[in-house]
Every structure is written in structure tokens, then in C-alpha cells.
Write a protein of this length. Structure first.
Length: 94
């Protein structure tokens, strides 16, 4: 990898390195799709805070949003997140 690729990887990993964001990924990897309201309730944060978390994760390509009528659902867009979360789960339990 070249230095620019390492820099980009570091930025995306910094984005993911937040307890709420890791929880979001964990929830979405379980196979369900959630709205901002659903995720905010499950993660016990406000809707605006959840929107900020989701926006940052979309910017790195981790998540995708799908509009169905008036609802917007979020899902994992980066398939390698499952491997990363598996490593985290094995290392830290849970």
C-alpha cells in the first residue's frame, strides 16, 4: 500500500473507532435494516447524534441508505466490516 492508502485507511478506522458506531455496525450486521429513529433508540442517543454518526460512516463507504417511501433504512455497504467485527468480538468478547 502507498502512503495515501494508509492515510485513507487510518481516517476510516478513526471514524469507526467509536462505541456507538461499532454498535451500529453490529446491529446492521445482524441482518436487520434500521431507520435513524430505530438506531437512536437502540443505541440510546438522540436522533441528531445518530444522524451524524450515520453520515460519517456513509462518507467512508461503510453504510448505505435505502429510501422506501418516507422511510430511510441503513445497511452495511462494506462487506469486510463483518471480518473486522469478528476480530473485535474475538479479542474483546461480546
Amino acid at each position: 500500500m502507498n502512503p495515501a492508502a494508509f492515510a485513507q485507511a487510518a481516517e476510516c478506522l478513526k471514524t469507526l473507532a467509536h462505541p456507538v458506531r461499532l454498535r451500529i455496525v453490529n446491529l446492521l450486521l445482524a441482518g436487520d435494516r434500521y431507520t435513524v429513529c430505530d438506531l437512536a433508540g437502540l443505541c440510546e442517543v438522540s436522533q441528531p447524534q445518530m444522524s451524524d454518526h450515520l453520515r460519517l460512516m456513509q462518507r467512508c463507504g461503510f453504510l448505505a441508505s435505502i429510501r422506501e417511501g418516507r422511510e430511510v433504512y441503513y445497511e452495511v455497504a462494506e462487506p469486510h466490516l463483518a471480518d473486522l467485527m469478528n476480530c473485535i468480538s474475538q479479542r474483546f468478547g461480546g
